[in-house]
Design a protein around this ligand. Structure first.
Ligand code: 86X
Length: 496
């Protein structure tokens, strides 16, 4: 227990902001809206579907960028930047693959007051503009592999109602586009990237994922196959986290990306593309947040520790000085690829108000320090995930903070994993499937992977396939819906 029963000085009794007014379990979407605004992650912009990512959220994206850059660069992938505007004629080369997407493309038609001779698409994805260059850059087997990535914004003019991070008309992502001499090399990368995405979610965001291969219906039309990571929201809806595609030679034939092999024969390259977006932030918020607000896993938290001084007139200077000393010590303490980031909240608000404020912001650890603590050379550490308090010697605060943060990270992952596992049910027949979908379960079923069969299932139940787990036994089974023979299990669920 804290050794400071009194809240300290009573200045600024009026609350500056009010906390979340709905429970996550009662109205998930209202809860989500409130916490992203009140925690200062998002501001709505003047255009519907285009939101402002405020520094508190953007710094999470920067951590994802840093981690991803480190990993992909060590794989031999380089960053580059391609233009945002794509001439219509070039864009149309991909027509076959983007049929369903075309209503979502935003176009630039004017420069100043004059109409452009050709419309320019604002990139909804960059295959066409990048592969146009790839066809010029790749000539011989010595030019391979070509492995580029870009960090950029994307515009897709969605007509469904926008949800910050999860479904926006403009979003940020990285898109990797690689070309290899052989299918084997390309295929190896597809799964290395898929595993990188899994680690971003599981190790950084503490969100457990279902990793697998998309159905024929749900794959990217330009790919031989599409792999994905998917997870579950507490409202029972599944959501895709990221995708990694084996494009095969579909695009290299369209864009004439070919090379002369060592024997002098012309060959088409084997390609991949893969992407992860700012949607990841929304997934983290939805999975971990609670009725007090955000709950940010330590590995991606912009602020690890909020230090709250318990101030009284006579001891104020000493307590504040010690708080800043603690902050200094923490900032010199390494935490994974980073250092600990602590802030001292020395504002005029009451401690109770500050507790609520930093809980709303999802800061994973709080340190309370009052005059009585100071006398005993101790402080109180409070976990955001469990509310548990620990009294520690100030001399041990750096080490114990690190341990507690790792434990919070682990706990967030494990409790989400339990929810995910508890939501998964298995069946081999349509009747049970319908009931389980109504109960908002994620259902593992033997499925024939026939697009018409999946369309049927969707029409009957509103559920679609998420993906098909990677390591399967390959027993002969019957499709749960049409009874055709199959050897593969798929996850199904209602999804975003
Ligand atoms: C699908 C394919 C692929 C690189 C990725 O999934 C990862 C990164 N690209 C993306 N795709 C679209 O969603 C799409 C959307 C619109 Cl509006 C469009 F006009 C064309 C598209 N092409 C591909």
């Amino acid at each position: 227990m804290a050794d400071n029963s009194d809240d300290g000085n009573d200045r600024n009794d009026e609350p500056k902001d009010i906390g979340v007014t709905v429970k996550k379990s009662e109205d998930f979407s209202e809860w989500y809206q409130q916490i992203i605004l009140k925690s200062e992650m998002i501001e709505y912009g003047p255009v519907s579907g285009c939101m402002i990512i405020r520094p508190y959220a953007y710094s999470i994206w920067e951590k994802i960028q840093n981690f991803t850059n480190r990993e992909i660069k060590s794989m031999g992938i380089q960053n580059a930047y391609f233009p945002m505007l794509i001439p219509e004629s070039l864009f149309n080369k991909e027509k076959e693959h983007v049929k369903g997407f075309s209503p979502e493309v935003a176009w630039v038609t004017q420069g100043g007051n004059s109409e452009l001779p050709e419309r320019l698409a604002i990139r909804p994805t960059s295959e066409t503009i990048m592969y146009d260059s790839y066809s010029k850059w790749i000539r011989s087997w010595r030019d391979l592999p070509l492995r580029l990535n870009q960090w950029c914004n994307i515009v897709r003019w969605e007509f469904k109602h926008p949800i910050p991070f999860l479904r926006t008309r403009e979003f940020l992502w990285q898109e990797g586009h690689t070309a290899f001499a052989t299918k084997q090399e390309a295929e190896k990368e597809v799964f290395e990237i898929l595993d990188l995405y899994r680690r971003i979610f599981e190790d950084l965001y503490a969100v457990p994922m279902l990793t697998g291969i998309k159905s024929e219906n749900e794959k990217f039309a330009g790919a031989l196959y599409t792999t994905s990571v998917e997870t579950l929201f507490p409202n029972g809806k599944a959501i895709q986290g990221a995708t990694s595609h084996l494009l095969g030679q579909n695009f290299s034939k369209l864009f004439n990306i070919s090379f002369l092999d060592a024997e002098g024969n012309k060959q088409y390259v084997w390609q991949n593309s893969w992407g992860i977006t700012t949607r990841t932030i929304g997934i983290m918020i939805g999975v971990h947040g609670d009725d007090k607000g955000l709950l940010i896993p330590p590995r991606v938290a912009p602020i690890h520790i909020a230090i709250i001084p318990i101030l009284f007139e006579d001891s104020m200077d000493k307590v504040l000085r010690k708080c800043f000393e603690i902050k200094e010590g923490l900032s010199k303490t390494r935490y994974h690829e980073d250092h600990l980031n602590a802030i001292v909240d020395d504002s005029d608000d009451r401690p109770g108000y500050k507790f609520n404020h930093w809980e709303l912001k999802g800061v994973p650890l709080r340190i309370e320090l009052g005059p009585k603590d100071l006398e005993k050379h101790q402080a109180v550490l409070v976990r955001r995930d469990t509310g548990e308090k620990t009294i520690v010697k100030i001399s041990e605060i750096n080490e114990i903070s690190k341990e507690l943060l790792d434990d919070i990270q682990k706990n967030l992952y494990e409790r989400s994993l339990k929810i995910l596992n508890d939501s998964i049910s298995k069946t081999d027949n349509l009747d049970d499937f319908k009931k389980l979908i109504e109960e908002k379960k994620t259902v593992l079923v033997p499925f024939c992977n026939n697009p018409e069969c999946e369309d049927n299932i969707k029409a009957m139940t509103g559920a679609k396939s998420l993906n098909s787990p990677l390591d399967q036994k390959n027993n002969e089974m019957k499709c749960f819906s049409c009874n055709a023979l199959t050897k593969t299990l798929f996850y199904f669920g209602r999804s975003y």
